[in-house]
Design a protein around this ligand. Structure first.
Ligand code: GLA
Length: 375
């Protein structure tokens, strides 16, 4: 069974856009292994839009652009597989992809067969140029069945940007993950708005079909295809923490040949990744809202997370940031307190009975993980 945990990998779009080619894919596969990302759990290497010629061939097949992919897709898939990784590609439910290349509308079964022959393990499936009267459930269901009929196990990654209340029907189509928002860009505002737009929809996400809040921008620093000023390292950490807390698929979007050490370490942060991969996939409860949100999340094995975020531009909050345990349901009479660890500093809070207080700087976050203990 696929996607029993949020899928992890790399996608070409955020950095390379239309400039994708086989050398980039090979170098990225090498880097995923050499830089320890494979060991951290990253698995899928995904080519997004702009990989094909503008028209199908006489047999109705999509043809890889020979200038970008001179060795062909089968050879590239073999290379990615030889690294112990999985190979992903992209198509669209409409007549054209978002960048105007051939889409799979009406060619679903032919394309799924072609992808299977090439050795594709993952298909991202977009929603541009879709006939107005054809609806999402039909189109995603059709490609899902085509992939299942292809003879190869292929993870199906839907991308309709959250339209038509996608969270309510997408699991029924057999998709394994689904984009729930518009496209991310490399800015604090973008990732903050995307994450917060999904707070009350994460409950639909879980094993077998995860809410995908878009590819990561960690370490892009204002370069690449979705550039919009870039973020500070602290902001990239807040971004990654939100994606982990919400258990979104983790698809790296940066250029791995240029990834700095801070962001490489962040992408491999074991504590955050283990929250992201938690098998129970319980949605976080929002204990405090607004621009200083606080979340409480149950993990497997009786562990808990308290996550504080400061989306304001101010670091100097009067009184600091506090979560009262009675707001989580824990009363003094229970005889229990929480013992937490700050996952970034390793600091132990000791047993706390009434509240957890901390101080979160502007655009930063604090993530605590712990258990209930007898007082
Ligand atoms: C849409 C998707 C993006 C990317 C582009 C490619 O905008 O949401 O993630 O795949 O298309 O054109």
């Amino acid at each position: 069974m696929l996607a029993q945990r949020p899928p992890m990998g790399w996608n070409s779009w955020n950095t390379f856009g239309g400039a994708i080619n086989e050398q980039v894919v090979r170098d990225t596969a090498d880097a995923i292994v050499e830089k320890g990302l494979k060991d951290a759990g990253y698995e899928y290497v995904v080519i997004d839009d702009c990989w094909s010629l503008r028209e199908r061939n006489e047999e109705g097949r999509i043809v890889p652009n020979p200038e970008k992919f001179p060795s062909g897709m089968k050879a590239l898939a073999d290379y990615v597989h030889s690294k112990g990784l999985k190979f992903g590609m992209y198509s669209c439910a409409g007549t054209r992809t978002c960048a105007g290349f051939p889409g799979s509308f009406d060619y679903e079964f032919i394309d799924a067969k072609t992808f299977a022959e090439w050795g594709v393990d993952f298909l991202k499936y977009d929603f541009c140029f879709k006939p107005r009267l054809a609806n999402g459930p039909i189109l995603y269901n059709r490609m899902s069945m085509a992939l299942k009929a292809s003879g190869r196990e292929i993870l199906f990654s839907a991308c309709n940007w959250g339209s038509d209340e996608v969270e309510k029907w997408i699991r029924s189509t057999g998709a394994h993950m689904y984009r729930s928002t518009g496209d991310i860009n490399d800015s604090f505002q973008s990732f903050k708005n995307i994450a917060m737009s999904q707070v009350d929809k994460i409950a639909y996400s879980g094993p077998g079909c995860y809410n995908d809040i878009d590819m990561l921008i960690c370490g892009m620093h204002g370069s690449g295809n979705v550039a919009n000023g870039g973020c500070t390292d602290i902001e990239y950490r807040t971004h990654f923490a939100l994606w982990c807390l919400f258990q979104s698929p983790l698809m790296i979007g940066g250029d791995l040949s240029k990834m700095d050490d801070f962001n490489l370490d962040l992408l491999k942060n074991k504590e955050l990744i283990s929250i992201n991969q938690d098998p129970e996939a319980r949605p976080p409860m929002m204990v405090n809202g607004g621009d200083r949100p606080v979340f409480f999340k149950h993990l497997a094995n009786n562990e808990y997370v308290v996550a504080f975020f400061n989306f304001t531009d101010r670091s100097d909050t009067w009184g600091g940031d506090t979560v009262e345990f009675y707001d989580l349901g824990l009363t003094v009479a229970s005889g229990y307190g929480f013992r937490f660890r700050d996952i970034f500093t390793g600091e132990d809070t000791g047993v706390l009975t009434g509240r957890l207080s901390t101080k979160v700087d502007a655009h930063d976050c604090k993530i605590f993980r712990g258990t209930l203990v007898e007082k």
